[in-house]
Write a protein of this length. Structure first.
Length: 180
């Protein structure tokens, strides 16, 4: 099941919570929320809450700066803040321009189109680094409680190569192959 009802024109709205230094993005008539936190100048955290609140209370996604590890039992999601990852302040800007939301730090920029299903284009030095699949980037199955995130490859894929996945059969260059 897609978060959005259709891939037609949608309307995303956003709020900048300056007290917590987060940006909350939601779609009208939907429970789904996308929470974006800028932790450092090169680390931006994106959380997806398909029911409007976290699906799980704990996370194992981000390593602690002091211990360089994640506890076996994980950490409470709300305990992770940008103060844990940066001794100095990390300034970022959030600007809406021509139906797009641009979130920028000194080194990384993410662009979100506000009239299409939620997808992020990640850029550094005005060059696309990574891009979500614009049609079905974030999927959540209510029956299995599973979440899927898909990316799109650059259209000019000639100079990109993808090597090995640990298996011993087939060509070593996995370019143009699809895996689940």
């Amino acid at each position: 099941m897609f978060f959005e009802d259709s891939i037609e024109r949608v309307s995303l709205k956003w709020i900048h919570d300056k007290a917590n230094q987060i940006i909350i993005i939601s779609q009208e008539n939907q429970l789904t929320k996308y929470i974006i936190s800028v932790l450092t100048h090169n680390l931006i955290r994106v959380r997806v809450w398909p029911k409007g609140e976290p699906v799980t209370a704990r996370t194992w996604a981000i390593v602690d700066k002091e211990t360089n590890d994640v506890p076996y039992e994980g950490r409470l999601r709300h305990e992770i803040s940008r103060n844990n990852y940066s001794n100095d302040t990390c300034n970022f800007t959030a600007i809406e321009h021509e139906n797009e939301l641009w979130i920028s730090t000194d080194t990384i920029t993410c662009k979100i189109h506000l009239h299409k299903p939620f997808a992020i284009v990640w850029m550094t030095n005005h060059e696309i680094l990574l891009q979500d699949n614009p049609v079905c980037s974030y999927q959540y199955s209510t029956s299995t409680q599973q979440f899927r995130h898909t990316l799109s490859r650059p259209s000019t894929d000639d100079h990109y190569h993808y090597y090995g996945l640990g298996e011993k059969s087939g060509p070593i260059d996995k370019k143009s192959r699809r895996y689940r």
